[in-house]
Design a protein around this ligand. Sequence first.
Ligand SMILES: [Zn+2]
Length: 433
Amino acid sequence: MNYWNPYLETLPREAYDQIELSYFRKMFSFAKEHSALYRDKLKGMEGKEIRSLDDLKKIPLTEKEEMRKYQEIEPFPYGGLLGSDIEKVTTFRQTSGTTGKPIYVPETYESWQWRIEAWCHILYMAGFRPRHRVFLPFGYNVYVAFWEAHFASEKVGCELVPGGALDTKGRIHKILEIRANGMMNTPTYGLHIAEEAKSMGIDPASLGIERMLCAGEPMPSATRKRLEELYQCHVFDHIGGTEPCAWAGMCEAKDGMHIIEPFFLVEILDRETLQKEVEEGEIGVAVVTPLGRRSFPLIRFNTKDLVIKGKNSCSCGRTSKKIKEVVGRTDDLRKVRGVLFSPKTVEEVLRKEFQEVEEFEIVVERRGLMDVITLRAEPNPGITVSSIEQTKARLRESLKIATNLSFNVIMEPPGSLPRYTLKAKRFKDLRDL
Ligand SMILES: [Zn+2]
C-alpha cells in the first residue's frame, strides 16, 4: 500500500477544491460563533458570501500579533482564541516564543485526533511503516511537534522509542542498544548526532537508521543530502507549526512537499501585497487554514513561511498541490547593503561545497554607515593550518557568487560555536540593537 488514505490522496483537483470550500465555509461560521477573535474580526461577513475560493481573498489574514492580544482575555490561558468549552480541553501546548510571548494552544481530544490523522499522512508518505522502530531524540516538554510525531508513529504502527532525558552520547548508545532504524529530528540535531558519534569513534552510517524525518528548520537540499550521506539513509522533510499544525510533507519522490489536502487549505501569496496567489516556481508566503480543528480555530493564518510554489502532479500518484521548496521565514529575510539576503543560501553553500566546515554563524553589523556581514566558520578538528587559509578564500568566493555580498570570513577554533538541539540560531542581525 502506497498511501495512508488512498481515497483522499488521489482525488481529482475539482473534488479537493469543492471539499475545501465547503469545509472552509463551515469553519468560518464556527469560528465566528465560538471564538472571540473571529467574532470581532469577521463582523459583518457571512459564510454564505464565500461562493468560490476566490472569495477567500475578501477575508483578512490572521496575524500572530493580534492572537497575542486576544490571548490576554478570559478564559485563562487561551482567552479569545479558544473555540470550545474550556472543560473539553485535554492537552496544553505552546509555541517556543522565539519571536515574542508564546501562544498557548488548546487541544480537545477530538481536535488532537484530527491533528494526528493529518500527521499520519506525512509519516506514511515518508515511507515509515510498522517495521520501523523510531527513535525520537528529544524531551517533548510542551512543544507540539514531538507529541504529534509520537502519536502519529503509534497510529501508523511504528514502534516509537522516546529518547528524552538523555544527553547526545546516551541517545547514540540507545539507538545502538535497541537497534532503532528510524529517527525524527531537526536537521541541526541530526548533524550534531553524527558529529558526536564520530567523536566516539562510531560511523553514523553504522547506527542503522534507514529513514529520517526532519522538521523545525528550513532544510536546504544540500543539508538533506549531507544527512543522507552521513547516515546512509533516506531523509525527508516536512513543514508546519504549532498554530497551523503540520501542513505539508515530502513523499518518496523527494521532489518538494505535498500539501496535506483536504485537511488544510493553503494559499501561497505574493509577499509584497499578500493578496494575489503566486505562479508555479515563484516565492510566496504560505497562508494556512486548518479545516478541521475546532478547539483553536484559525482562518487564513499568516505563517510567515516563504515557500516556492510547486507543480500539481507527482510521480508518486498523489494529486494534492505541492510546494517546491521552503525558502525561510519572512522574519529572516533581510536587506544587507541593499541586497535581499536569506541565511538559508549560506547554509546551502556550506553543506554542499564545504564538508570541512562543521558549524557556522552569520553576523550582520553596522559599522559607521556600512553593513558588515561576517561568517564565523568552525572547521573539523582535523584541518591543517595551511588548508584553513585556502578554505577562507574559497568561502569568500562561493558566498560572493551565491549571495552577491562580500563576506568577512573568520575561522573559529573547533568546538567554540554553540551547538543547537532544537531550532538553530545561526543568524544574528545586530543592526537593530
Ligand atoms: Zn509525491
